[in-house]
Design a protein around this ligand. Structure first.
Ligand SMILES: Cc1cc2nc3c(=O)[nH]c(=O)nc-3n(C[C@H](O)[C@H](O)[C@H](O)COP(=O)(O)OP(=O)(O)OC[C@H]3O[C@@H](n4cnc5c(N)ncnc54)[C@H](O)[C@@H]3O)c2cc1C
Length: 467
């Protein structure tokens, strides 16, 4: 089958809305948030699982490479087409099929935006806890493919922990339906985990059964300031002991980040006076607003009295809480204001986090003395983000910065990607966090499920292709 014949067969199978070519392929299918960009010549837009299967069966037959696209909010270039690839967009599979209030599950198609899933759960007095800044655009299929993390991992886990069932289409068009709805099901391999976090390299997610939770009745938010890193870990431990089960966010911001977003990002205000080495946003989700607020207030008060905290303020309203969260969520705007930058999303064991920050800062200053290093992150999950500026006139600088940061990550036993994935952007650094044996096993799985290597080739690791 020639390329022209393939497109004709795709168009016949998918109908006029289902297959875009030429000028009908808009910029939406060309770029994600990684900064990479390439416009594909063909976009397949199936509207159900059977059509996804047809697209893959036809492409597999002729060895045509396919890139899977969700909401295009990824940060590592996984959904950005490479030359010669056809894009397969899940945007038309966006139905919420069913909410089971008793069993606390939701059955949903992969192209549904995360925010609409959260809203549908809330309307049924239930709660879907996965939450990320891109909630309005990212899709459930993308969240599963990337095993997205976000702001509430500490309490509810990553996407993986909130999925009960999955339906995927394999590279050759085989539909595998594992739409389990129960928490317990130990009948052999738990296949969903093979696909969650596989970045679209092993199969295309078409539907999923989500695990919902009872809707929290209270939300208590505080911003704390510290004189030392030991004080930060002290509060994390105390919260775990005294308010176990309710702590949902523990977001740390180093002074340089905090001051940068307060002083340079329009619309932000400093809720605390003075300047401190570290700040932390704490959030509890619980069952009783008055009781939970009093419990956190009491704990923070005692710690302030004992000199275990430098300062703290409790949100008195939703508007206060939004102001606190805005500081933490200003990272994308901060990167924009900083100019040419490199962003990192790493995991570092808590015991070595302070050492990592000081070592890495020193290494980056040695590369470029005038650079800015902004550290912040979901510290309760060991997840650290770093935004550092680079000199745009020196093209070698990004590579040197990445080498320096990932060298330190490897030395500390950390991970080069905490939650954003590997995609294409971080592929050269996978070996800093995974052993040769682990990568070989990943390749074995890829070869077994996609022997021709047509599905998202080159994401996570390079693949040898056979026709
Ligand atoms: C402002 C902002 C904030 C963010 N915050 C966070 C955060 O806190 N935590 C976090 O983890 N991430 C975060 N991200 C990254 C991104 O939003 C997530 O990775 C998200 O899960 C991607 O979903 P998507 O639908 O946009 O996927 P896309 O970007 O379209 O695709 C991402 C990858 O998944 C594959 N894929 C997409 N859909 C499917 C499918 N149905 N089946 C198989 N493979 C598929 C693609 O091929 C690609 O490899 C953020 C991004 C932005 C822009």
């Amino acid at each position: 089958m020639s390329g022209g014949e393939l497109v004709a067969r795709l168009a016949a199978a998918l109908g006029p809305k289902g297959c875009l070519v030429g000028d009908n392929v808009t910029g939406r299918y060309a770029a994600d948030w990684s900064g990479m960009e390439y416009r594909p010549s063909v976009v397949a837009r199936p509207e159900n699982t059977a059509q996804v299967a047809t697209v893959l069966e036809l492409c597999n037959e002729v060895g045509q490479c396919v890139v899977v696209q969700g909401g295009m909010t990824g940060l590592v270039g996984g959904a950005v087409p490479q030359p010669g690839e056809i894009a397969l967009s899940l945007e038309r599979l966006n139905r919420i099929e069913e909410i089971d209030r008793l069993g606390a599950t939701m059955t949903v198609e992969a192209g549904a935006p995360l925010e609409s899933v959260q809203e549908a759960a809330a309307a049924a007095e239930l709660f879907f806890p996965v939450d990320i800044g891109a909630r309005g655009s990212c899709q459930l299929g993308g969240n599963l493919a990337m095993n997205a993390g976000g702001n509430r991992v500490l309490r509810y886990g990553m996407t993986r922990e909130n999925v009960l069932g999955i339906e995927v289409v394999l590279a050759d068009g085989t539909v595998v339906s594992a739409m389990n709805r129960m928490l317990k099901n130990n009948t052999g391999y738990d296949l969903k985990h093979l696909f969650i976090g596989s970045e679209g390299t092993l199969g295309v997610v078409t539907r999923t059964v989500l695990r919902l939770h009872r809707k929290p009745r209270s939300r208590v938010t505080a911003l704390c300031a510290f004189d030392s890193f030991a004080q930060v870990t002290g509060l994390l431990q105390a919260l775990g002991e005294r308010l176990a089960g309710e702590l949902s966010s523990f977001e740390v911001m180093w002074q340089d980040y905090y001051r940068f977003v307060v002083e340079r990002v329009p619309g932000n205000v400093a809720p605390l006076e003075g300047v401190h080495p570290l700040y932390c946003l704490v959030e509890l989700l619980g069952g009783d607003q008055t009781r939970d607020q009093e419990a956190l207030e009491a704990l923070l008060g005692e710690m302030l009295e004992r000199g275990e905290l430098a300062d703290a303020v409790l949100a008195q309203s939703l508007a206060d809480a939004s102001k606190f969260w805005r500081l933490r969520d200003s990272s994308a705007e901060a990167a924009g204001v900083a100019g040419s930058f490199v962003a990192f999303d790493v995991s570092i064991p808590l015991a070595r986090m302070e050492e990592f920050v000081s070592r890495t800062t020193a290494a980056l200053i040695a590369i470029w003395g005038d650079g800015i290093c902004l550290f912040y992150g979901h510290m309760g999950d060991c997840n650290l983000h770093l935004i550092t500026t680079r000199d745009p006139t020196r093209p070698d600088m990004k590579g040197r910065i990445c080498e320096a940061v990932y060298e330190d990550v490897a030395r500390m036993g950390g991970s080069v990607s905490a939650e954003h994935g590997i995609g294409i952007e971080k592929r050269p650094f996978l070996g800093k966090s995974r052993s040769a044996e682990e990568i070989a096993l990943m390749r074995t799985l890829k070869a077994a499920l996609d022997p021709k290597g047509i599905l998202n080739p080159g994401r996570i690791f390079s693949v040898a292709r056979t026709q």
